[in-house]
Design a protein around this ligand. Sequence first.
Ligand SMILES: [Zn+2]
Length: 347
Amino acid sequence: MKRFTAVIFAALLLAGCAAGEKNLTSGDMLPETTAPATEASAETTAETEPAIETTVETTAAPETVPEVTTDPLDFAFEPFSAVMYATDTLNVRELPSTDSKVVGQLNPGDEAEVVGKTPEGEWYVIRFNGSNACAYAEYLSLEKPEIEKEELDLPEGYYFQKDSDYLFVVNKDVFLPDDYEIETSFVQGSYELEAVAAEHCREMIEAAKKDGIDLKVLSAYRTVEYQKNLFDRNVKQRMEDMGMSYDEAVYDVSINIAPPGGSEHNAGLAVDIIDAGHWDTYEEFEDTKEFDWLINHCTEYGFILRYPKGKEDITGYIYEPWHYRYVGLESAKAVMDSGLCLEEYLG
Ligand SMILES: [Zn+2]
């Protein structure tokens, strides 16, 4: 059990923690999660309620009657070539059946290279990770859908002109804008944060050292692309090492890792700090002198404990004693003293 916890913890930290979502659950491997379980994102996949009719306009259909081909997966499909887009979240399956194994997922707006369709047109055969796979036709469209996604409304140019600019929420529901760009600076080793946050983080680490406290950075700024790879890698790992199905793995990963663009680590404003002696279980970090120092001094450097105990159902994150978020020197103390999490504080 100890070793299992260690694996999970290492995964969390490598994942940079962070990032849970609203899909909190009293999952079997997550200690002390008090938040109620809400529906799994996997449950929202579109194909669970397949419509009887296929309504996708297949204007690109070939004029000649195509030959029926059989691919190595042993199902018949007609060649049909088009670039299409997912209109909803949908499962990608090995075979054209909702009973078939899920091999991946397309998110709204994702591009799919369609190479065939089943004789009734109910399923498209798409290229997926180098192989043929099947996607329910109703949720693929020739037109790229407009994706509605709540994005932070930040001014153009470099956003951080003044201290108060750092006080905003990024979470699973509120994403960074696509053109979000920051200047970064190193905090420890190869770890970077947004330049101003980095400067204060360095000061915090140095001040701790003077008090005999050795703080170790385990994760800091992560690009959106890195976040996507991280998410996908963890899904794969759970499928391979723990025998989870794709849906189970996505659900499990989403408890601990934020969606790309929905992580404070993507904003360059979050740092995961721990002491070198507690790699194996994050529960114990709370009982260290390092945590004690951080909780008493982080606001002096503009950081807050972002995912406090008891706020799991609001933040969507498990209690993370190692995750600190830069909100600015002016605001940090007021936020922490309020006893509110950032979502509550900002209303
Ligand atoms: Zn974190």
